[in-house]
Design a binder for this molecule. Structure first.
Ligand code: UDP
Length: 480
Protein backbone atom coordinates (compact mmCIF):
# COMPACT_ATOMS: atom_id res chain seq x y z
CA UNK A 1 0.00 0.00 0.00
CA UNK A 2 1.23 3.50 -0.84
CA UNK A 3 2.63 5.40 2.14
CA UNK A 4 0.70 8.65 2.22
CA UNK A 5 1.60 11.90 3.94
CA UNK A 6 -0.82 12.18 6.82
CA UNK A 7 -2.45 15.53 7.68
CA UNK A 8 -4.45 15.90 10.85
CA UNK A 9 -7.10 18.60 10.91
CA UNK A 10 -8.73 19.91 14.11
CA UNK A 11 -12.18 21.47 13.95
CA UNK A 12 -14.29 23.18 16.65
CA UNK A 13 -17.85 22.50 17.80
CA UNK A 14 -19.59 25.11 15.64
CA UNK A 15 -21.44 24.01 12.50
CA UNK A 16 -20.23 26.76 10.18
CA UNK A 17 -16.58 26.17 11.15
CA UNK A 18 -17.00 22.40 10.73
CA UNK A 19 -18.60 22.89 7.33
CA UNK A 20 -15.78 25.16 6.23
CA UNK A 21 -12.90 23.00 7.46
CA UNK A 22 -14.38 19.81 6.00
CA UNK A 23 -14.67 21.61 2.65
CA UNK A 24 -10.97 22.44 3.05
CA UNK A 25 -10.21 18.73 3.59
CA UNK A 26 -12.11 17.79 0.43
CA UNK A 27 -10.37 20.53 -1.53
CA UNK A 28 -6.95 19.31 -0.36
CA UNK A 29 -7.72 15.78 -1.51
CA UNK A 30 -9.03 17.07 -4.81
CA UNK A 31 -5.74 18.91 -5.39
CA UNK A 32 -3.56 16.09 -4.06
CA UNK A 33 -5.08 12.61 -3.69
CA UNK A 34 -1.77 11.36 -2.24
CA UNK A 35 -2.61 12.81 1.16
CA UNK A 36 -4.28 10.97 4.00
CA UNK A 37 -6.52 13.24 6.10
CA UNK A 38 -7.95 12.73 9.58
CA UNK A 39 -10.42 15.24 10.98
CA UNK A 40 -10.58 15.50 14.79
CA UNK A 41 -14.00 16.70 15.95
CA UNK A 42 -14.39 18.14 19.47
CA UNK A 43 -18.02 18.21 20.67
CA UNK A 44 -19.79 20.69 22.93
CA UNK A 45 -22.92 19.09 24.46
CA UNK A 46 -23.87 17.02 21.40
CA UNK A 47 -23.57 17.07 17.62
CA UNK A 48 -26.37 18.97 15.88
CA UNK A 49 -28.19 17.20 13.02
CA UNK A 50 -26.47 19.47 10.52
CA UNK A 51 -23.03 18.58 11.94
CA UNK A 52 -23.92 14.87 11.98
CA UNK A 53 -24.79 14.94 8.26
CA UNK A 54 -21.49 16.65 7.53
CA UNK A 55 -19.37 14.20 9.48
CA UNK A 56 -21.27 11.19 8.11
CA UNK A 57 -20.49 12.31 4.56
CA UNK A 58 -16.72 12.37 5.14
CA UNK A 59 -16.01 8.65 4.76
CA UNK A 60 -17.23 8.72 1.14
CA UNK A 61 -14.42 11.21 0.45
CA UNK A 62 -11.84 8.99 2.21
CA UNK A 63 -11.56 11.43 5.08
CA UNK A 64 -11.19 9.67 8.39
CA UNK A 65 -12.88 11.32 11.40
CA UNK A 66 -12.39 11.00 15.14
CA UNK A 67 -15.23 12.21 17.37
CA UNK A 68 -13.97 13.27 20.80
CA UNK A 69 -15.87 12.67 24.05
CA UNK A 70 -18.42 15.53 24.41
CA UNK A 71 -17.72 18.38 26.79
CA UNK A 72 -20.67 19.89 28.63
CA UNK A 73 -21.11 22.49 31.32
CA UNK A 74 -23.70 22.13 34.08
CA UNK A 75 -26.68 24.50 33.61
CA UNK A 76 -25.82 26.16 36.92
CA UNK A 77 -22.25 27.02 35.87
CA UNK A 78 -23.53 30.22 34.17
CA UNK A 79 -20.66 30.48 31.70
CA UNK A 80 -21.19 33.30 29.21
CA UNK A 81 -22.07 31.79 25.77
CA UNK A 82 -19.00 33.35 24.14
CA UNK A 83 -16.74 31.67 26.69
CA UNK A 84 -18.30 28.21 26.41
CA UNK A 85 -16.51 27.49 23.18
CA UNK A 86 -12.98 28.45 24.31
CA UNK A 87 -13.51 26.53 27.56
CA UNK A 88 -14.73 23.48 25.66
CA UNK A 89 -11.68 23.68 23.40
CA UNK A 90 -9.27 23.94 26.34
CA UNK A 91 -10.97 20.98 28.00
CA UNK A 92 -10.70 18.96 24.78
CA UNK A 93 -6.92 19.34 24.63
CA UNK A 94 -6.09 16.11 26.56
CA UNK A 95 -8.25 14.01 24.21
CA UNK A 96 -6.81 15.81 21.16
CA UNK A 97 -3.32 15.02 22.49
CA UNK A 98 -4.21 11.32 22.87
CA UNK A 99 -5.66 11.19 19.37
CA UNK A 100 -2.60 12.92 17.90
CA UNK A 101 -0.15 10.59 19.61
CA UNK A 102 -1.97 7.54 18.40
CA UNK A 103 -2.05 8.95 14.83
CA UNK A 104 1.65 9.81 15.13
CA UNK A 105 2.40 6.17 15.91
CA UNK A 106 0.31 4.86 13.00
CA UNK A 107 1.56 3.80 9.54
CA UNK A 108 1.23 6.95 7.48
CA UNK A 109 3.75 9.62 8.32
CA UNK A 110 2.14 12.47 10.26
CA UNK A 111 3.42 15.58 8.52
CA UNK A 112 1.26 18.52 9.52
CA UNK A 113 -1.53 19.68 11.73
CA UNK A 114 -4.10 22.20 10.52
CA UNK A 115 -6.24 23.70 13.28
CA UNK A 116 -9.24 26.00 13.19
CA UNK A 117 -8.05 29.28 14.69
CA UNK A 118 -10.22 28.68 17.76
CA UNK A 119 -8.25 25.46 18.28
CA UNK A 120 -4.98 27.43 18.44
CA UNK A 121 -3.92 25.59 21.61
CA UNK A 122 -3.24 22.50 19.50
CA UNK A 123 -0.27 24.28 17.85
CA UNK A 124 1.77 23.50 20.98
CA UNK A 125 0.91 19.80 20.61
CA UNK A 126 2.16 19.83 17.01
CA UNK A 127 5.40 21.52 18.09
CA UNK A 128 5.97 18.87 20.75
CA UNK A 129 5.65 16.15 18.07
CA UNK A 130 7.90 18.11 15.74
CA UNK A 131 5.38 18.29 12.92
CA UNK A 132 4.43 21.36 10.89
CA UNK A 133 1.50 23.35 12.22
CA UNK A 134 -0.97 25.59 10.43
CA UNK A 135 -4.00 27.62 11.35
CA UNK A 136 -7.09 27.49 9.17
CA UNK A 137 -8.65 30.94 9.40
CA UNK A 138 -12.22 30.50 8.12
CA UNK A 139 -13.04 34.18 7.95
CA UNK A 140 -11.71 37.24 6.15
CA UNK A 141 -8.11 38.40 5.75
CA UNK A 142 -9.22 41.68 7.33
CA UNK A 143 -10.34 39.91 10.52
CA UNK A 144 -7.08 37.95 10.47
CA UNK A 145 -5.20 41.22 10.21
CA UNK A 146 -7.16 42.60 13.18
CA UNK A 147 -6.19 39.52 15.21
CA UNK A 148 -2.52 39.84 14.29
CA UNK A 149 -2.56 43.57 15.10
CA UNK A 150 -4.62 43.21 18.30
CA UNK A 151 -1.68 43.44 20.76
CA UNK A 152 -0.52 46.59 18.97
CA UNK A 153 -4.06 48.03 19.14
CA UNK A 154 -4.28 47.11 22.81
CA UNK A 155 -1.05 48.95 23.54
CA UNK A 156 -1.70 52.05 21.46
CA UNK A 157 -5.35 52.75 22.32
CA UNK A 158 -6.34 53.40 25.91
CA UNK A 159 -10.14 53.90 25.70
CA UNK A 160 -12.83 51.54 24.46
CA UNK A 161 -12.39 51.26 20.68
CA UNK A 162 -16.01 52.28 20.06
CA UNK A 163 -15.31 55.63 21.77
CA UNK A 164 -12.63 56.57 19.25
CA UNK A 165 -13.73 59.48 17.06
CA UNK A 166 -11.54 58.52 14.11
CA UNK A 167 -11.67 55.19 12.26
CA UNK A 168 -8.91 52.71 13.09
CA UNK A 169 -6.26 52.25 10.39
CA UNK A 170 -4.71 48.80 10.05
CA UNK A 171 -2.24 48.37 7.15
CA UNK A 172 -4.00 47.17 4.00
CA UNK A 173 -7.51 47.29 5.55
CA UNK A 174 -10.30 49.79 5.04
CA UNK A 175 -10.39 52.32 7.91
CA UNK A 176 -12.87 50.90 10.39
CA UNK A 177 -14.89 52.45 13.17
CA UNK A 178 -14.28 50.95 16.63
CA UNK A 179 -17.93 49.90 16.93
CA UNK A 180 -17.47 47.71 13.83
CA UNK A 181 -14.66 45.68 15.38
CA UNK A 182 -15.61 42.11 16.42
CA UNK A 183 -17.86 41.82 19.49
CA UNK A 184 -14.98 40.37 21.52
CA UNK A 185 -13.18 43.74 21.26
CA UNK A 186 -16.14 45.80 22.47
CA UNK A 187 -15.49 45.53 26.20
CA UNK A 188 -11.83 45.70 27.15
CA UNK A 189 -12.46 44.71 30.75
CA UNK A 190 -14.14 41.43 29.75
CA UNK A 191 -12.80 37.89 29.82
CA UNK A 192 -13.87 37.55 26.18
CA UNK A 193 -11.52 40.41 25.25
CA UNK A 194 -8.67 38.84 27.20
CA UNK A 195 -9.28 35.56 25.41
CA UNK A 196 -9.29 37.30 22.02
CA UNK A 197 -5.82 38.76 22.75
CA UNK A 198 -4.48 35.42 24.02
CA UNK A 199 -5.79 33.50 21.03
CA UNK A 200 -4.48 36.11 18.58
CA UNK A 201 -1.05 35.83 20.17
CA UNK A 202 -1.34 32.07 19.86
CA UNK A 203 -1.57 32.35 16.06
CA UNK A 204 2.08 33.45 15.91
CA UNK A 205 3.17 29.91 16.84
CA UNK A 206 1.96 28.52 13.50
CA UNK A 207 4.24 27.82 10.55
CA UNK A 208 1.55 29.32 8.38
CA UNK A 209 -2.03 30.60 8.28
CA UNK A 210 -4.43 29.41 5.58
CA UNK A 211 -6.99 32.16 5.16
CA UNK A 212 -10.33 31.54 3.49
CA UNK A 213 -10.12 34.50 1.16
CA UNK A 214 -8.58 35.26 -2.19
CA UNK A 215 -6.27 37.87 -3.63
CA UNK A 216 -8.87 39.45 -5.88
CA UNK A 217 -11.31 39.91 -2.97
CA UNK A 218 -8.94 41.39 -0.39
CA UNK A 219 -5.88 42.28 -2.42
CA UNK A 220 -4.47 45.10 -0.29
CA UNK A 221 -5.09 43.32 3.00
CA UNK A 222 -3.48 40.10 1.82
CA UNK A 223 -0.50 41.96 0.33
CA UNK A 224 0.03 43.87 3.58
CA UNK A 225 -0.14 40.65 5.61
CA UNK A 226 2.31 38.90 3.30
CA UNK A 227 4.75 41.82 3.54
CA UNK A 228 4.82 41.35 7.31
CA UNK A 229 5.40 37.61 6.83
CA UNK A 230 8.37 38.35 4.56
CA UNK A 231 9.84 40.42 7.40
CA UNK A 232 9.22 37.45 9.73
CA UNK A 233 6.80 39.53 11.76
CA UNK A 234 3.82 37.28 10.96
CA UNK A 235 3.61 33.57 10.08
CA UNK A 236 3.38 32.82 6.33
CA UNK A 237 -0.03 33.77 4.96
CA UNK A 238 -1.72 31.50 2.38
CA UNK A 239 -4.91 32.84 0.72
CA UNK A 240 -6.70 29.66 -0.39
CA UNK A 241 -10.37 30.59 -0.76
CA UNK A 242 -13.16 30.74 -1.45
CA UNK A 243 -13.56 27.39 0.29
CA UNK A 244 -17.34 26.91 0.35
CA UNK A 245 -19.82 24.09 0.68
CA UNK A 246 -20.68 22.50 -2.64
CA UNK A 247 -24.34 21.89 -1.78
CA UNK A 248 -26.20 18.96 -3.26
CA UNK A 249 -23.64 17.92 -5.81
CA UNK A 250 -20.83 15.36 -5.68
CA UNK A 251 -23.03 12.71 -4.07
CA UNK A 252 -23.85 14.90 -1.07
CA UNK A 253 -27.47 14.65 -2.09
CA UNK A 254 -28.45 11.77 0.15
CA UNK A 255 -26.83 13.15 3.25
CA UNK A 256 -28.50 16.48 2.90
CA UNK A 257 -31.83 15.04 1.86
CA UNK A 258 -32.35 13.65 5.37
CA UNK A 259 -31.58 16.92 6.95
CA UNK A 260 -33.63 19.21 4.77
CA UNK A 261 -36.32 16.56 4.63
CA UNK A 262 -38.28 18.58 2.12
CA UNK A 263 -37.36 20.84 -0.74
CA UNK A 264 -40.66 22.70 -0.90
CA UNK A 265 -38.89 26.03 -0.85
CA UNK A 266 -36.87 25.07 -3.94
CA UNK A 267 -40.03 23.96 -5.71
CA UNK A 268 -41.59 27.31 -4.80
CA UNK A 269 -38.51 29.08 -6.19
CA UNK A 270 -38.89 27.11 -9.43
CA UNK A 271 -42.18 28.96 -10.00
CA UNK A 272 -40.75 32.47 -9.53
CA UNK A 273 -39.38 34.93 -12.07
CA UNK A 274 -35.57 35.09 -12.51
CA UNK A 275 -33.76 37.22 -9.88
CA UNK A 276 -37.04 38.20 -8.22
CA UNK A 277 -36.71 36.67 -4.73
CA UNK A 278 -34.82 37.96 -1.71
CA UNK A 279 -33.31 35.17 0.42
CA UNK A 280 -33.29 36.12 4.13
CA UNK A 281 -31.15 34.17 6.59
CA UNK A 282 -29.05 34.84 9.66
CA UNK A 283 -26.71 31.85 9.46
CA UNK A 284 -26.65 28.59 11.34
CA UNK A 285 -27.67 30.11 14.67
CA UNK A 286 -28.34 33.86 14.38
CA UNK A 287 -31.57 34.81 16.15
CA UNK A 288 -33.73 37.97 16.29
CA UNK A 289 -35.77 39.36 19.18
CA UNK A 290 -39.56 39.12 18.89
CA UNK A 291 -39.77 42.86 18.33
CA UNK A 292 -37.15 42.75 15.56
CA UNK A 293 -38.78 39.74 13.96
CA UNK A 294 -42.09 41.66 13.74
CA UNK A 295 -40.35 44.62 12.09
CA UNK A 296 -38.60 42.33 9.60
CA UNK A 297 -41.87 40.59 8.71
CA UNK A 298 -43.64 43.91 8.21
CA UNK A 299 -40.67 45.33 6.28
CA UNK A 300 -40.71 42.38 3.90
CA UNK A 301 -44.43 42.86 3.40
CA UNK A 302 -44.06 46.61 2.91
CA UNK A 303 -41.38 46.13 0.25
CA UNK A 304 -43.87 44.32 -1.99
CA UNK A 305 -41.01 42.07 -3.14
CA UNK A 306 -40.88 38.27 -3.08
CA UNK A 307 -38.89 36.66 -0.28
CA UNK A 308 -37.76 33.32 1.13
CA UNK A 309 -37.11 33.67 4.87
CA UNK A 310 -35.49 31.19 7.27
CA UNK A 311 -37.29 31.84 10.56
CA UNK A 312 -36.17 30.82 14.07
CA UNK A 313 -37.87 31.06 17.42
CA UNK A 314 -37.13 34.62 18.63
CA UNK A 315 -34.78 35.35 21.51
CA UNK A 316 -33.14 38.52 22.87
CA UNK A 317 -29.73 36.85 22.71
CA UNK A 318 -28.71 36.68 19.00
CA UNK A 319 -26.22 33.85 19.55
CA UNK A 320 -28.55 31.67 21.66
CA UNK A 321 -28.83 28.94 19.02
CA UNK A 322 -25.19 28.93 18.04
CA UNK A 323 -24.24 25.64 19.62
CA UNK A 324 -27.43 23.78 18.76
CA UNK A 325 -27.35 24.61 15.06
CA UNK A 326 -31.05 25.39 15.05
CA UNK A 327 -33.98 25.99 17.33
CA UNK A 328 -37.19 24.00 17.63
CA UNK A 329 -39.31 23.61 14.51
CA UNK A 330 -42.71 23.39 16.19
CA UNK A 331 -45.23 25.87 14.97
CA UNK A 332 -42.71 28.60 14.21
CA UNK A 333 -45.40 30.63 12.40
CA UNK A 334 -46.93 31.62 15.75
CA UNK A 335 -44.05 34.07 16.24
CA UNK A 336 -44.97 36.02 13.11
CA UNK A 337 -47.31 39.05 13.22
CA UNK A 338 -51.05 38.39 13.13
CA UNK A 339 -52.33 37.72 9.63
CA UNK A 340 -48.83 38.03 8.08
CA UNK A 341 -48.77 34.56 6.55
CA UNK A 342 -52.14 35.05 4.85
CA UNK A 343 -51.28 38.51 3.60
CA UNK A 344 -48.01 37.46 1.97
CA UNK A 345 -49.34 34.21 0.50
CA UNK A 346 -47.84 33.77 -2.96
CA UNK A 347 -45.26 36.52 -2.37
CA UNK A 348 -43.27 34.94 0.42
CA UNK A 349 -42.11 31.56 1.69
CA UNK A 350 -41.15 30.93 5.30
CA UNK A 351 -38.83 28.03 6.16
CA UNK A 352 -38.53 26.99 9.80
CA UNK A 353 -34.95 27.03 11.19
CA UNK A 354 -32.93 25.65 8.31
CA UNK A 355 -32.92 25.83 4.52
CA UNK A 356 -30.68 24.44 1.76
CA UNK A 357 -28.78 27.72 1.49
CA UNK A 358 -26.32 26.86 -1.26
CA UNK A 359 -29.12 25.57 -3.49
CA UNK A 360 -31.16 28.71 -2.83
CA UNK A 361 -28.26 31.03 -3.65
CA UNK A 362 -27.61 29.03 -6.80
CA UNK A 363 -31.27 29.16 -7.92
CA UNK A 364 -32.03 31.43 -10.88
CA UNK A 365 -35.05 32.98 -9.11
CA UNK A 366 -32.94 34.28 -6.23
CA UNK A 367 -32.11 37.93 -6.81
CA UNK A 368 -30.54 39.08 -3.53
CA UNK A 369 -29.46 37.95 -0.09
CA UNK A 370 -30.27 39.59 3.23
CA UNK A 371 -27.52 38.14 5.40
CA UNK A 372 -26.01 38.47 8.88
CA UNK A 373 -22.58 38.46 7.15
CA UNK A 374 -21.15 35.26 8.54
CA UNK A 375 -18.10 34.62 6.40
CA UNK A 376 -19.40 31.35 4.93
CA UNK A 377 -22.63 33.01 3.85
CA UNK A 378 -20.62 35.90 2.47
CA UNK A 379 -18.37 33.67 0.38
CA UNK A 380 -21.23 31.41 -0.75
CA UNK A 381 -22.89 34.59 -1.94
CA UNK A 382 -19.77 35.90 -3.67
CA UNK A 383 -19.52 32.62 -5.57
CA UNK A 384 -23.09 33.09 -6.80
CA UNK A 385 -22.77 36.84 -7.39
CA UNK A 386 -25.89 38.19 -5.67
CA UNK A 387 -26.33 41.74 -4.35
CA UNK A 388 -26.50 41.77 -0.55
CA UNK A 389 -28.27 43.50 2.29
CA UNK A 390 -25.98 43.22 5.28
CA UNK A 391 -27.46 42.98 8.77
CA UNK A 392 -24.71 41.99 11.22
CA UNK A 393 -25.65 40.50 14.59
CA UNK A 394 -22.51 39.59 16.54
CA UNK A 395 -18.96 38.20 16.40
CA UNK A 396 -16.96 39.56 13.43
CA UNK A 397 -20.10 40.16 11.33
CA UNK A 398 -19.98 43.96 11.74
CA UNK A 399 -16.42 43.98 10.42
CA UNK A 400 -17.49 41.92 7.41
CA UNK A 401 -20.50 44.19 6.85
CA UNK A 402 -18.27 47.28 6.85
CA UNK A 403 -15.90 45.68 4.37
CA UNK A 404 -18.72 44.63 2.02
CA UNK A 405 -20.62 47.91 2.11
CA UNK A 406 -17.95 50.63 2.60
CA UNK A 407 -14.99 48.78 1.07
CA UNK A 408 -16.19 46.59 -1.79
CA UNK A 409 -19.51 48.42 -2.29
CA UNK A 410 -21.40 45.24 -3.05
CA UNK A 411 -23.92 45.58 -0.24
CA UNK A 412 -26.54 47.81 1.28
CA UNK A 413 -26.10 48.01 5.06
CA UNK A 414 -29.19 48.35 7.27
CA UNK A 415 -29.33 51.07 9.94
CA UNK A 416 -30.37 50.35 13.51
CA UNK A 417 -32.41 52.92 15.48
CA UNK A 418 -31.38 54.13 18.97
CA UNK A 419 -33.04 51.02 20.48
CA UNK A 420 -30.98 48.70 18.32
CA UNK A 421 -33.91 47.85 16.02
CA UNK A 422 -34.00 47.98 12.23
CA UNK A 423 -37.39 49.47 11.44
CA UNK A 424 -39.79 48.16 8.78
CA UNK A 425 -39.51 51.26 6.54
CA UNK A 426 -35.70 51.00 6.56
CA UNK A 427 -35.95 47.31 5.67
CA UNK A 428 -38.39 47.93 2.82
CA UNK A 429 -36.17 50.68 1.35
CA UNK A 430 -33.05 48.47 1.48
CA UNK A 431 -34.90 45.59 -0.19
CA UNK A 432 -36.18 47.75 -3.02
CA UNK A 433 -32.73 49.26 -3.57
CA UNK A 434 -31.14 45.85 -3.90
CA UNK A 435 -33.84 44.13 -5.95
CA UNK A 436 -35.27 46.82 -8.21
CA UNK A 437 -33.62 50.22 -7.70
CA UNK A 438 -30.92 51.87 -9.83
CA UNK A 439 -28.43 50.97 -7.13
CA UNK A 440 -28.89 47.24 -7.81
CA UNK A 441 -27.41 47.56 -11.32
CA UNK A 442 -24.15 48.91 -9.87
CA UNK A 443 -24.06 46.38 -7.01
CA UNK A 444 -24.90 43.52 -9.36
CA UNK A 445 -22.10 44.53 -11.75
CA UNK A 446 -19.55 44.76 -8.91
CA UNK A 447 -20.72 41.38 -7.61
CA UNK A 448 -20.40 39.81 -11.06
CA UNK A 449 -16.73 40.88 -11.14
CA UNK A 450 -16.15 39.21 -7.75
CA UNK A 451 -18.05 36.10 -8.81
CA UNK A 452 -15.83 35.67 -11.86
CA UNK A 453 -12.70 36.39 -9.84
CA UNK A 454 -13.70 33.77 -7.25
CA UNK A 455 -14.17 31.16 -9.96
CA UNK A 456 -10.79 32.06 -11.48
CA UNK A 457 -9.02 31.81 -8.10
CA UNK A 458 -10.17 28.20 -7.77
CA UNK A 459 -9.23 27.09 -11.32
CA UNK A 460 -6.21 24.81 -11.64
CA UNK A 461 -3.93 27.76 -12.41
CA UNK A 462 -5.85 30.23 -10.23
CA UNK A 463 -4.24 32.16 -7.37
CA UNK A 464 -5.78 30.16 -4.50
CA UNK A 465 -5.49 26.75 -6.18
CA UNK A 466 -1.78 27.27 -6.84
CA UNK A 467 -1.10 28.27 -3.23
CA UNK A 468 -2.87 25.23 -1.79
CA UNK A 469 -1.47 22.79 -4.39
CA UNK A 470 2.03 23.99 -3.60
CA UNK A 471 1.50 23.43 0.12
CA UNK A 472 -0.05 20.00 -0.46
CA UNK A 473 2.94 19.10 -2.63
CA UNK A 474 5.39 20.17 0.09
CA UNK A 475 3.57 17.99 2.64
CA UNK A 476 3.47 15.10 0.20
CA UNK A 477 7.23 15.36 -0.32
CA UNK A 478 7.92 15.35 3.41
CA UNK A 479 5.65 12.31 3.79
CA UNK A 480 7.78 10.68 1.11
N1 UDP B 1 -26.68 27.34 6.49
C1 UDP B 1 -27.56 26.55 5.76
N2 UDP B 1 -28.89 26.69 5.98
C2 UDP B 1 -29.41 27.58 6.88
C3 UDP B 1 -28.51 28.38 7.61
C4 UDP B 1 -27.16 28.25 7.38
O1 UDP B 1 -27.13 25.74 4.93
O2 UDP B 1 -30.63 27.65 7.01
C5 UDP B 1 -25.24 27.20 6.26
C6 UDP B 1 -24.73 28.25 5.27
O3 UDP B 1 -24.82 27.77 3.95
C7 UDP B 1 -23.30 28.46 5.75
C8 UDP B 1 -23.38 28.20 7.24
O4 UDP B 1 -24.56 27.46 7.47
O5 UDP B 1 -22.44 27.49 5.15
C9 UDP B 1 -23.45 29.49 8.04
O6 UDP B 1 -22.16 29.99 8.18
P1 UDP B 1 -21.84 31.52 8.38
O7 UDP B 1 -20.37 31.62 8.53
O8 UDP B 1 -22.44 32.32 7.32
O9 UDP B 1 -22.58 31.93 9.71
P2 UDP B 1 -22.62 31.36 11.20
O10 UDP B 1 -23.51 30.19 11.18
O11 UDP B 1 -21.21 31.04 11.60
O12 UDP B 1 -23.18 32.48 11.98
Amino acid sequence: MENKAHIVVVSIPVFSHQASIQSLCKRLLQLNPHLHITLIVPILNSLSNASKSLIDSLSSYNIHSILLPPISFPQASNIHPSLQLPRAMSQSIPSIRDALISLYNSNNKLVALIADYLAYETLELAKSLNILSYIYFPTSAMVLSLCLHSSWLHQTVSCEYRELQEPIKIPGCIPIHGRDLPTALQDRSSEVYEHFLRRSKGLYLANGILVNSFKELEEETITALQEQSKKNKFPSIYPIGPIVQAGWVNNDNNNHANHYNDSDCLRWLDKQEPKSVLYVSFGSGGTLSQNQMNELALGLELSGQKFLWVVREPNDLPSVNYFNGSSKHDNILRFLPNGFVDRVKGAGWVVPCWAPQVEILRHKATGGFLTHCGWNSTLENVVHGLPMIVWPLFSEQRTNAAMLSDGLKVAERVKFNENGIVEREEIAIAIKRVLIGDEQTKIRAAMEVLKNASADAMKEDGSSAMVLSQLAMEWRNIGG
